[in-house]
Design a protein around this ligand. Structure first.
Ligand SMILES: [Zn+2]
Length: 149
């Protein structure tokens, strides 16, 4: 874990986008506001925030919101994602979001940023956080076996 003052300069705009999205979070039930932003391979940034409903299972995670904006823009791949929380320590995406992110950025770098106090962050490759990613080619290899099911 490193102090936020050491956050890499080339990813700073991504951090700014995630920080700007976080206050717009709709999280009245958990009180846990999250902002996320992803950078497409051509350098565009897409941010999202978590959106809860009273039916907890029907909530949108910030990472998913950012991916949705990327897809809506026509892009399909990203190389970096920043997740911003106000917590005791930087928080990496949940398992559900790791799978979601791996669909479009399996080798992306994930930055978990905590803005509490003077701030801190840590980072890892998505492939480290979810080393045996379930991907489309796994399904296609089964389909190619014809009627073996
Ligand atoms: Zn999640």
């Amino acid at each position: 874990m490193k102090p936020l003052s050491e956050f890499p300069q080339d990813v700073e705009p991504l951090l700014a986008a995630a920080r700007a999205a976080r206050p717009h979070s709709y999280s009245p039930y958990s009180g846990f506001a999250v902002g996320a932003a992803i950078r497409t391979l051509d350098g565009r940034l897409h941010a999202g925030c978590n959106v809860e409903t009273v039916a907890y299972n029907n909530s949108l995670h910030a990472e998913m919101g950012a991916v949705s904006k990327m897809i809506a823009s026509g892009a399909r791949h990203f190389d970096a994602v920043v997740v911003v929380t106000d917590s005791d320590e930087p928080v990496f995406p949940c398992g559900f979001c790791l799978q979601y992110l791996s669909e479009f950025g399996g080798d992306a770098t994930v930055y978990a940023v905590n803005v509490r106090g003077s701030g801190s962050f840590r980072h890892a490759k998505l492939s480290e956080l979810l080393p045996f990613q379930f991907q489309g080619h796994h399904i296609r290899s089964q389909a190619s076996k014809g009627d073996s099911l």
